[in-house]
Design a protein around this ligand. Structure first.
Ligand code: MN
Length: 230
């Protein structure tokens, strides 16, 4: 097969076993912790379905050894959102909630970096969130850990410090929609496939980052993430 341009590089993440996890697509859940929904001026109630948006696969940055993230263009309000990332090992359509966890390869600690000013403008105009969420380097993720090793974390502390000060703190148990429910909901819209990555929402305490900000975050039983904005 001759391609007219070089094949694009496949983004991937480090796994704790020394292998790598290739990224196919990135889905994100919005407003999945009630206190964060409230700080965004939104309802934290379940409603009919989880609110899902996406980022391009190459927004993912392997932060297994720490990462330097360039401050993105066209914003003066870059925000941190610490999140549990779920790596999908096998896909399907209309996956039942009861079978959803069988499609999970493992977990990681991620940042859903957000150009909050562009998001506020998009919300006001009823426009898509695309440029607020789907920009280069907007999804640094730490080392993935296989569910075969750590199980499926359903509760545990999720936190983020910026320059040594605690900014975000919550518990996975506070998630409005469970991981299984999110997998089921996404697979109702599209065929979920191996390599898909899901960022499952952030607890309250989101706030600004500036060049030089040192972010250290973690999730009990999953690991830690270190990112520096440059
Ligand atoms: Mn988020």
């Amino acid at each position: 097969m001759a391609f007219v341009i070089p094949l694009p590089e496949r983004p991937s993440l480090a796994v704790s076993n020394g292998q790598r996890f290739p990224i196919r697509r990135v889905f994100c859940v919005g407003r999945n912790y009630a206190k964060h929904a409230a700080e965004m001026g939104a309802s934290g109630e379940r409603g009919q379905a989880p609110m899902i948006f996406s980022k391009p696969a190459d927004a993912v940055v392997d932060a297994s050894l720490g990462a330097e993230i360039p401050y993105p263009p066209l914003t003066e309000k870059l925000h941190h959102e610490i999140e549990l990332a779920v790596a999908i090992s096998s896909g399907g359509r209309d996956i039942p909630v009861a079978q959803a966890m069988g499609h999970v390869y493992g977990y990681g600690v991620a940042l859903d970096l957000t150009r909050r000013d562009l998001q506020e403008q998009a919300k006001a105009k009823g426009h898509p969130w695309n440029w607020a969420k789907g920009f280069d380097f907007s999804a640094p993720v730490g080392t993935l850990v296989p569910a075969a090793d750590v199980g499926h974390p359903q509760a545990g502390r999720i936190w983020l410090e910026v320059d040594g000060a605690l900014r975000q703190e919550g518990d996975l148990d506070d998630q409005v929609w469970s991981i299984a429910e999110v997998i089921a909901a996404i697979s109702a819209h599209v065929e979920l496939k191996a390599g898909d990555l899901i960022l499952t929402g952030t607890p309250n305490g989101v706030g600004p980052l500036v060049p030089g900000s040192e972010c250290v975050g973690g999730i009990d039983g999953v690991g830690e993430l270190r990112v520096r904005v440059v």
